[in-house]
Ligand binder design. Structure first.
Ligand SMILES: NC(=O)c1ccc[n+]([C@@H]2O[C@H](COP(=O)([O-])OP(=O)(O)OC[C@H]3O[C@@H](n4cnc5c(N)ncnc54)[C@H](OP(=O)(O)O)[C@@H]3O)[C@@H](O)[C@H]2O)c1
Length: 263
């Protein structure tokens, strides 16, 4: 085998089964499509059925075995049922991407208990519960696996704009480190992917709302690359973290932010 084809094989996901939460739009869709293009069968879980169908068609157009299931990650019984359905229909899981997330733009002084719980449940607790389901399944089979937690550079900074989200993402990075230690003997690698600012629905407020025009200016000035990332610019990192190419990497934060965090 020449070195070129053996390098390519490192990134080959043929025969693997992947699950991407929030895979129906934004970054999750880009990650799901990239895993499918690398050869994996891909399941996506999200609430919007029209978007689910749209992304399912895109996955199938890439020749992937695929599944889209309407699931609210804040509904624990629904999540457990969805995980079981994915393994029943696509096979035992090899790759879990905890990507679904959302933020509430409210400081602590205005935040209600319900809003706090909702943000923590979707961004952090659902990821913990799915990682536990995935790890139990992977460990039982003894073939190892990959867990990718999509956190955010917001997990590394304080913020008065979306504190509950920043706390959830910081917690997700700690979950990554704890799982990396516990699951290493089972040959399961766990890493965090930390996007900076990307063009998705989630960043509509800073890109388009007039009251955040100054924040937008500062954000662009602070970013050495001088612009938002495009969702496709996360694709290579996701394939890397899901593949054999990253087998010696665990418990790490992979930052993709156009240089924003360096300054
Ligand atoms: N965009 C950025 O600049 C940026 C930066 C750093 C980190 N991130 C992180 O990247 C991930 C993806 O963000 P994005 O920018 O792609 O956001 P997005 O465009 O708003 O998409 C969010 C995704 O999460 C799903 N989701 C949200 N709440 C859910 C729930 N309760 N149950 C099931 N699915 C749910 C949504 O699907 P449904 O609404 O159909 O359920 C959608 O697929 C998030 O974890 C986010 O925190 C994004």
């Amino acid at each position: 085998m020449d070195s070129d084809s053996s390098t390519r094989n490192l990134f080959d996901l043929s025969g693997r089964v992947a699950l991407v939460t929030g895979g129906n739009r934004g970054l999750g869709r880009a990650l799901a499509l990239a895993l499918a293009e690398a050869g994996a069968a891909v399941a996506i879980l999200a609430r919007d059925e029209a978007k689910n169908r749209e992304t399912l068609a895109l996955l199938q157009a890439r020749g992937a075995r695929a599944l889209a299931r309407k699931t609210d990650l804040a509904d624990r019984p629904q999540v457990a049922a969805a995980f079981a359905a994915v393994e029943r229909e696509l096979g035992p899981l090899d790759i879990l991407v905890n990507n679904a997330g959302f933020a509430i733009l409210k400081g602590v002084l205005d935040q209600t208990d319900e809003e706090w719980d909702q943000v923590l449940e979707t961004n952090l607790t659902a990821a913990f519960r799915l990682a536990r389901m995935a790890a139990r399944s992977m460990a039982a089979r003894g073939r190892g696996g990959k867990i990718i937690n999509v956190s955010s550079i917001a997990g590394n900074f304080g913020t008065p704009i979306f504190p509950s989200y920043a706390v959830a993402k910081g917690g997700l990075q700690q979950l990554t480190r704890c799982l990396a230690l516990e699951l290493a003997p089972h040959h399961i690698q766990v890493n965090s992917l930390l996007p900076g600012w990307f063009t998705t629905d989630m960043t509509d407020w800073i890109r388009n709302w007039p009251e955040y025009a100054e924040a937008l200016k500062e954000m662009i000035q602070r970013t050495p690359r001088g612009r938002f990332g495009d969702p496709g610019e996360l694709a290579g990192a996701a394939v890397f973290l899901a593949s054999r190419a990253s087998d010696h990497m665990t418990g790490a934060d992979l930052v993709i932010d156009g240089g924003f965090s360096v300054r």
